[in-house]
Design a protein around this ligand. Structure first.
Ligand code: TXA
Ligand code: MG
Length: 345
């Protein structure tokens, strides 16, 4: 663990130039880490080419070194500074970045030798995206490539607000830039881009806001195995992740669920309509609704980590979660929910 004497929080307007951005750049240039907003979740940023700063990221998060970081660029021209895109995928990479950048799509590509091993955990690939948030984009276009994992302690709930970052990392980082609530609320989609036999092929390493259906126009989407030859392909794919301190259970049929009278239960409902039978099924100690009223997956995604964090703070023993339909964005939501519910290692 790493401590600092004080964590300062400053507000940033949603503009690509502001005093807050200048402060963040200056702090990063001095080799420090800074928590910055992106459109997905808040990130814990460090200069991607400064090994000492990168080491602080791992210390602050208590993150194991086998888990590589995502590099964020502020302008498309910076892609070549971190990735060495082979000719056989150059066209599809250009098409993907044209369509989805800036935005929540991370590409895993062969790396440039200059990218430190700490960023890639010694892999020969690098994960890179151009974020669509004025603050992270503004800082990265002034500083250059920024390595940033989500700004939570390892294995815990990702932060979608500056207040959540403070809960996670207060006293561990010198600066948090408050850029408001995150627009998407779930971490970026991660794909490894390969040439494939007939069409380009994308190995889906993590489901996210850019859904499979949107990617299929550009190539074939295949599911990545969690682990190959005992090597983790995407540690974000670890079975247990995004975990609150209490137990999480995904329950399809609440009517036949057996409540333990000695325990406090929290409800994580999708729509919260009485006809779902969830709300009145039990005298809940706390409850949160992902998409109040009409069940919109985009709203559920934005509120997902916030609701999980709020139920965790209510100190319930068990969170009972209603599954969402596994289509479109629902795939990414259910991925996070299952891992929040997975047995802890
Ligand atoms: O939306 C996001 O992606 C957020 C914001 C801050 O940009 N970042 C984020 O970072 O979710 P993190 O560290 O929580 O997750 C990064 C994931 C990890 O699961 C890691 O294993 C995977 O990216 N990753 C990074 N480099 C990789 C590589 N070379 N090959 C495969 N997976 C990689
Ligand atoms: Mg994370």
């Amino acid at each position: 663990m790493r401590g600092v004497s004080e964590t300062e929080m400053i507000d940033a307007p949603l503009e690509e130039e502001s005093p807050a951005i200048a402060r963040a750049v200056e702090t990063l240039r001095a080799g420090e880490v800074v928590a910055l907003p992106t459109e997905t979740v808040y990130g814990l940023a460090a200069d991607a080419f400064n090994a000492d700063a990168l080491a602080k990221v791992f210390a602050v998060k208590e993150r194991p070194h086998f888990d590589p970081l995502i590099v964020h660029i502020g302008k498309k021209g910076d892609l070549k500074r971190v990735a060495n895109v082979p000719d056989d995928i150059a066209d599809v990479v250009a098409a993907l970045t044209e369509e989805f950048w800036p935005g929540p799509l991370t590409l895993v590509l062969p790396k440039q030798p200059e990218v430190p091993d700490l960023v890639t955990s010694g892999l020969d690939t690098v994960a890179v995206r151009m974020p669509d948030h004025a603050v992270m984009k503004g800082v990265a276009s002034l500083l250059g490539p920024i390595a940033a994992p989500s700004a939570n302690r390892f294995g815990r709930i990702s932060p979608t607000s500056a207040a959540a970052v403070e809960e996670e990392l207060g006293g561990r980082v010198p600066l948090i830039v408050n850029g408001g609530a995150c627009r998407d609320g779930l971490e970026s989609t991660i794909i490894a881009v390969e040439a494939g036999e007939k069409r380009p092929q994308f190995r889906l390493l993590r489901a996210g806001p850019v859904v499979k259906e949107a990617l299929q126009k550009f190539g074939k989407v295949i599911r990545a195995k969690r682990v190959t030859d005992d090597k983790i392909v995407a540690p974000g794919q670890l079975p247990s992740h995004y975990a609150p301190s209490c137990r999480v259970e995904v329950v399809d049929d609440i009517a036949s669920y057996t409540f333990d009278p000695a325990k406090k239960y929290g409800l994580l409902a999708y729509k919260g309509l009485p006809k779902d039978g969830y709300v009145e099924a039990h005298d809940w100690h706390a409850q949160e609704v992902l998409s109040p009223g009409n069940g919109k997956l985009a709203e559920a995604a934005v509120r997902f980590f916030y609701c999980l964090r709020s139920l965790d703070a209510a100190e319930v023993d068990v969170i009972v979660a209603q599954p969402v339909s596994e289509v479109g964005l629902g795939v990414a939501i259910m991925d996070r929910l299952r891992r929040a519910a997975a047995e802890r290692g």
